[in-house]
Design a protein around this ligand. Sequence first.
Ligand code: NDP
Length: 384
Amino acid sequence: MRSISLLGATGSVGTSTLELIRQSRAAWRVEALTANCNVAELAALAREFEAKVAVVADESCLDDLREALAGSGIEAAGGRAALCEAASRPVDITVAAIVGCAGLGPVMAAIDQGGTIALANKEALVSAGDVMTAAVAKHGATLLPVDSEHNAIFQCLAGNAIEDVRWITLTASGGPLRTMSMEELHAVTPAQAVAHPNWSMGAKISVDSATMMNKGLEFIEAHHLFPVGLDRIRIVVHPQSVIHSMVEYRDGSTLAQLGPSDMRVPIASCLAWPRRMETPCAPLDLVAQGELTFFAPDEERFPATRLAREAVQAGGAAPATLNAANEVAVASFLAGHIPFTRIALSVEEVLNQSAVTCAPTSLDEVLAVDSEARERTSALLESA
Ligand code: NDP
């Protein structure tokens, strides 16, 4: 029996993870399940999976959680410190699936225990970058990438030397708005932006896919996970999302990982690593698929990948600033306050206003950059 904690249990990745746990229930002991404030769902999951502790990040939801768990014997906790305490409990694997930089503290708490972390929460790695990878090295933790592209690269790198890599190619579906003109993009509604053609995901990452910021964040994520050098990581638009990413070696061989567009596949790869496990996913049918196509990204209409590349090249506080500005702008777009095209524009404005600063060297410094960039982005959007 293996033990697991799931941070962000009520979300899209969390739900997919629990589906896999459910299919081999006897093989798993669930330690902690967390959410922000979705008390009903969290309590139902905690009861079903007999979690030891359930945590809501939003402390104002704790009384409701206590009530929902009354008589179950499951510990209820709330607030940021409780989230980090739950994440630091020793388990065989922690799935980090909180959305946004809000997941950074808990991920770092799990890393500090030297555990194995299946990382979906890309914003945490983008913001903390070297602070996180240094903590992983210091504590002997293991980071397994859940993101389908990085999971694909991880698989393609197995048994090879990173020095032999010529290119890492991140594939991008291009999102639901890939073929729209600038005028059409300006008028895009939140409902259109979250309607991803291939993947079913939470609202924030769906908007990131539509702006291509998701690929920008993934570019930075790949740089930290697979240190081949920024000039060896490239992005190719592949609308069918069948090839999840590729690694080309110096002898001219390219290895690709293919699979259905279903997050249960990369999640299963992490849960079973270094072995494999069954999933209920439909097998890949290449004949039914028919064709696979590839395009260069269009950074005129979708400037986010350029912004991310420039931010990671600039270094210092720029990646954390990019991420924070994007989180605020996406929330504002989803709330109907700004047009779609304003998301990338505001990220660029905030980055341009930022003084060149040294790279943060601790979790507190990363969080300070994050919080300051959020304030500046909110002020910018309010003044517009
Ligand atoms: P969702 O929005 O579906 O779920 C987010 C989860 O985080 C929920 O459990 C939510 O709780 C919790 N949460 C939200 N805000 C906070 C907060 N401030 N503090 C603590 N917990 C919080 O997101 P996804 O599952 O789509 O994505 C999760 C992460 O995985 C993201 O970083 C995303 O980029 C990454 N990812 C997602 C993929 C996908 O297919 N969805 C694919 C690859 C990566 P509550 O329900 O209470 O709001």
